[in-house]
Ligand binder design. Structure first.
Ligand SMILES: *[C@@H]1O[C@H](CO)[C@@H](O)[C@H](O)[C@H]1NC(C)=O
Length: 488
């Protein structure tokens, strides 16, 4: 056998699938894992899935030496210490000009640290977000590589073929930018994903709890929605979920699933970064909070007892609702809420890009999310077009087309949230989106009062609307004098 074109280390399912995908696109690939059975398993799968050019190695030295120079090795192991260990193992055998690509969900600063560390050895480094789950890795993921441009150029031909292909908008990959930008963008992608899932869950809750829709009806509704502006992977799988019967008993599986959401951390990082950069991301934060509260299952069970025994049981009214109207209202509320959530995510990326000098192209990011990844949706095309129209757009909300879409939907949006509030059904994501919109669109917000309070107790000073400068007032003294006068 001659030298292979690329290598991949870390053969859990994602790694195996990505290796097979690369091989299938015609690039001979070397694979390695410390657990040698994983190597044999991958080579076996390559045989079964079409005699794909996958070559397995049981030791790091022969693995590295089997790859043509400049060598490119993708590592797909758990983020954190395992990445450092794998880099140490492999880099010992690599040479100047070779490149390491970390395809994990890594914290962007770790990538920047490693890029510097391996540069001392003359190695190039990329941190590449990979989205689309196991299926995406095998059949075409969305790829978000950031770091060394030279390294990107060395494997651009591979990435262009391996990524998901979307008609009229090309492969779902682009050189994102320098440093840890690829990881950062993937992190925000995941935060947006949290938001989308929460908004869909709230739509489900309102339709089920207020509208009394059955799972069959829900399946129908979501599959209808998936034919229009909400068309997306998450809406599609949601529709599928409502159709699946429980294989261990009566009824539908979704009703047997424990209402406790797990998480791995990227959503939390997104919210932390938003706070760090002073960017409001309330919809994404609400989705994270909802996961935290969902985790308190036992406490919620007890709380429900307390409020029921206190006479506060089911406050859902028995008033009949117009189902068709509710369904259409919820559809519009979901769409409008989603616009606000994406506006937050995009603004977070822009803020970081400015802080770090990454020069990220927001429209291009929307384009590479159109296929392969979990948030893929027809809606992303509109986002791309909004940034094509105006790359300096301060917020998606003020793009003329999105502004119109929101205005067209705001009555329905408000109706759904009012209905939910009155029924005691929480819609934290939709409500956060609406509050975000209602704050952002207002010329004057009550921050004047907060500023006055700050100046009152802390002499923090304030600015005036009618003249320049910074002012301080002895609020307390004046108030005291007028109180005394009042008593006289
Ligand atoms: C190999 O496989 C094991 C277990 O599946 C995993 O923990 C490890 O990180 C993998 N990667 C490498 C590079 O050895």
């Amino acid at each position: 056998m001659g030298l292979t074109r690329i290598g991949l280390a870390g053969l859990a399912v994602m790694g195996q699938n990505l290796a097979l995908n690369i091989a299938e696109k015609g690039f001979p690939i070397s694979v390695y894992n410390r657990t040698t059975s994983k190597v044999d398993e991958t080579v076996e799968r390559a045989k079964v899935e079409g005699n794909l050019p996958v070559y397995g190695f049981h030791d790091p030295a022969s693995f590295v030496h089997s790859i043509q120079k400049p060598r490119v090795i993708i590592i797909l192991v758990k983020a954190g210490a395992p990445v450092d260990q794998t880099i140490a193992t492999l880099s010992a055998h690599m040479e100047e000009g070779d490149c390491i690509i970390d395809g994990g969900n890594e914290w962007y600063e770790n990538t920047e640290r490693r890029e510097k560390a391996v540069a001392e050895l003359g190695l190039l480094y990329l941190g590449m977000g990979v989205s689309g789950g196991e299926d995406g890795a095998r059949n075409g993921p969305s790829l978000m590589p950031g770091g060394s441009y030279e390294a990107y150029k060395n494997i651009e031909d591979i990435l262009l073929k391996v990524a998901a292909q979307v008609p009229d908008s090309g492969p779902c990959v682009t050189y994102v930018g320098k440093g840890g930008s690829g990881n950062f963008v993937k992190m925000v992608h995941n935060g947006i994903e949290y938001g989308d899932m929460q908004l869909i869950a709230e739509a489900y809750d309102v339709l089920k709890s207020v509208g009394k829709l059955s799972n069959d009806e829900l399946q129908e509704v979501f599959s209808e929605w998936n034919k229009g502006e909400l068309l997306s992977f998450l809406i599609e799988i949601t529709s599928d979920i409502f159709g699946i019967k429980d294989d261990k008993g009566e009824g539908y599986l979704v009703d047997k699933v424990l209402d406790k959401t797990g998480m791995k951390g990227t959503g939390k990082w997104t919210v932390q970064q938003a706070a760090e950069l002073s960017v409001a991301a309330p919809t994404i934060a609400a989705s994270l909070d909802s996961r935290f509260l969902s985790g308190l299952k036992e406490e919620r069970v007890e709380a429900a007892k307390v409020f029921k025994s206190g006479g506060f049981g089911d406050i859902l009214s028995s008033q009949p609702v117009d189902k068709a109207k509710l369904i259409e209202d919820v559809r519009q509320a979901l769409y409008a809420s989603k616009i606000c959530s994406y506006a937050q995510g995009m603004n977070l990326i822009r803020a970081k890009s400015m802080e770090k000098g990454w020069d990220l192209k927001l429209g291009e990011l929307a384009r590479i999310w159109k296929g392969g990844c979990i948030i893929r949706a027809i809606f992303l095309d509109r986002i791309k077009k909004a940034y094509d129209r105006n790359p300096e757009l301060p917020s998606l909300l003020v793009d003329p087309e999105f502004a119109k879409e929101i205005l067209d939907r705001q009555s329905a949006w408000r109706r759904v949230i009012c209905l939910a509030i009155n029924a005691g059904i929480s819609t934290p994501g939709m409500s956060a989106s609406l509050a975000y919109f209602d704050t952002y669109r207002r010329e004057r917000v009550p921050a004047n009062l907060v500023q006055a309070q700050r100046d009152y107790f802390g002499a923090h000073t304030y600015e005036r609307i009618d003249m320049p400068g910074s002012f301080h007032t002895e609020w307390f003294k004046i108030a005291k004098q007028s109180k005394i006068r009042g008593h006289l």
